[in-house]
Design a protein. Sequence first.
Length: 280
Amino acid sequence: MTSRTWFITGVNSGFGRQMTEQLLARGDRVAGTVRRPGSVADLQDAYGEKFWVAHLDLADLPAARGVVDRAFAELGRIDVVVNNAGYGLFGAAEELTDEQVVAQVSTNLLGSVQVVRAALPHLRAQGGGRLIQISSYGGQATNPGASLYHAGKWGIEGFMEGTARDVAPFGIGVTIVEPGGARTEFRFDSLQLAQPMGAYDGTPAAMVRGAKDRSRPPLGDPAKMAARIIDSAAQEPAPLRVVLGSDAYRFVTTALRERLAQIEPQQDLAASTDWTGNPA
């Protein structure tokens, strides 16, 4: 197997950590970003020059471009760019503060957009590569109490799908990964809950208040999921979407069927608004 060089945001935990460990163990190079310096010191000690690390807060858009440019400059060719960093913010829309809304969109949407925009000139210049976006089944389906989280995921999926059409002529493949729940620390270390309002007590939106309950472990095995994400980078052509977890498959397929069932009966209504006069 030919070794590759990967750029991955958020390598200190979750899928980013799992992917980094597996890639380094098999002999690939990884350029990783972290918000907390020193959080991956063990991997730096173990793998030395194989593991390039930079500090990055994705909400700092100029910094994101600078880190991407520096990684390409210092490592040369980077074969796969993975947008993994992000966090969850749950609560009804009016329970969230303005600051929470801005921080969520800046990190989960704008930060990922900036990483892709920064990487594209380098990928085009080297004749191709792969972009992988870690999304969620929440990029296709919705749950009460997660409107802002869904806003970021639906937004980044639209951006990545549109970008896939833009960059295909340059040999750049795009894959959106939609995992279900996984047994990582995401729900506990990277999850923020809004300050609850009494008006939502007992409503569906209040269900997210128990999201950090450790007595209900998710279905997904993060090591297996990370391995499938890594495998997707070798698929030709690049799969536009990869759904991971039986829960994710159920949520996504149900949402798509419901959406189609709502739209298909509107065919005549849609056509009724077409221009029927003389061609302009």
